[in-house]
Design a protein around this ligand. Structure first.
Ligand SMILES: NC(=O)C1=CN([C@@H]2O[C@H](COP(=O)(O)OP(=O)(O)OC[C@H]3O[C@@H](n4cnc5c(N)ncnc54)[C@H](OP(=O)(O)O)[C@@H]3O)[C@@H](O)[C@H]2O)C=CC1
Ligand SMILES: CCCCCCCCCCCCCCCC(=O)[C@@H](N)CO
Length: 286
């Protein structure tokens, strides 16, 4: 992905799934500050209205659509309508997502399907709705929000991590196909970010998962959004916001045995901390 200061211009139409909250809303604010027209997609109309209001108060032009990203036809229809209202989509950000951590042996089957439906297929349907237009016009940027849990397998994230690995696989393969058509493709791998989702998932999060994720202090959504914009300006296809994730993205395969031992140590420490005499041996194959 080449440097191109015109990847987003005033008046451009930017579509953000999950744009009513957290990372998506913070990014919508960054695009609005650059003069873009922003469209927000999410399920809850109240959240959409509140987010739109806050962006409009800062002078932005905002469109919204209440849609569940797992519904392919609804996503396609919403994106088409929004493009009729606000012009062809110059940038798509897929931030709609959900995290449900838990011990593998205790997670209900349907959680695995829900994570894939929301996090993976929710990303896929939005990308498929804009990709033909972008390639036809020879201009566009697709930004998917994965997770640091999509860079390495993390205790407690069997369902969520698998879906985020899928987002990463999709984005990486897609890049090779779309770049020749003038379409930029980037994937973002944030560590914990201080958003409603982080609070929501804490009710399910095993102490072991918290101990591993706690290696990186939660970032603020505004910091994450600014960091993403800076890296998009530089044309980076793989976007990490902290040193650990960056090391993982660059050296993950080579570092994996060391990282696994390190994480297993955090798991054992978390169990001692929880007062558990029951220290089951953490699996550490290599
Ligand atoms: N916060 C964190 O620690 C991290 C988050 N991420 C990822 O970043 C992305 C954004 O998360 P974050 O900003 O924290 O979360 P928030 O909970 O703050 O925002 C999530 C957004 O997605 C929307 N959304 C959720 N499910 C659906 C759905 N089925 N259909 C349409 N919209 C949906 C929500 O609106 P509504 O509920 O009304 O639909 C909301 O707008 C997610 O993909 C998440 O996995 C990655 C790494 C770390
Ligand atoms: C020597 C260095 C060792 C480094 C080990 C790994 C460091 C990064 C751990 C990241 C854990 C996963 C965070 C998931 C965030 C997320 O997606 C959820 N909060 C969503 O809500």
């Amino acid at each position: 992905m080449a440097r191109d200061k015109n990847w987003v211009r005033p008046g451009d139409h930017v579509i953000v799934t999950g744009g009513s909250s957290g990372i998506g809303l913070a990014l919508a604010g960054e695009f609005a500050a650059r003069g873009a027209v922003v469209s927000l997609l999410a399920r809850r109309p109240t959240g959409l209205a509140r987010a739109a209001e806050s962006l409009r108060a800062a002078g932005a032009t905002v469109h919204t659509r209440s849609v569940d990203v797992t519904d392919r036809d609804a996503v396609t229809a919403a994106v088409e309508e929004l493009q009729e209202e606000a012009g062809p989509c110059a940038v798509l950000v897929t931030s709609a997502g959900q995290a449900r951590p838990g011990a593998f042996l205790e997670l209900p089957d349907d959680v695995f399907r829900t994570m894939m439906d929301v996090d993976y297929f929710g990303t896929l349907w939005a990308v498929r709705a804009v990709a033909p237009g972008m390639t036809h016009r020879g201009r566009g940027t697709v930004v998917t929000i994965a997770s640091a849990a999509g860079l390495i397998g993390v205790y407690g994230y069997t369902a969520y991590g698998a879906a985020k690995f899928a987002v990463r696989g999709l984005t990486e393969a897609l890049r090779g196909e779309l770049v020749p058509h003038g379409v930029r493709v980037s994937c973002v791998f944030p560590p914990d970010v201080d958003t409603p989702q982080l609070a929501e998932e804490s009710q399910w999060k095993p102490a072991e998962t918290a101990a591993i994720a706690g290696i990186v202090k939660p970032l603020q959504p505004s910091t994450v959004a600014r960091g993403i914009m800076r890296r998009l300006d530089r044309g980076q296809p793989v976007i990490c916001l902290d040193g650990f994730s960056r090391a993982l993205a660059r050296w993950g395969g080579v570092l994996a045995p060391v990282l696994r031992r390190y994480m297993d140590g955090r798991v054992r420490a978390a169990r001692r901390g929880a007062g558990g005499a029951a220290v089951r041996t953490a699996a550490s194959a290599d």
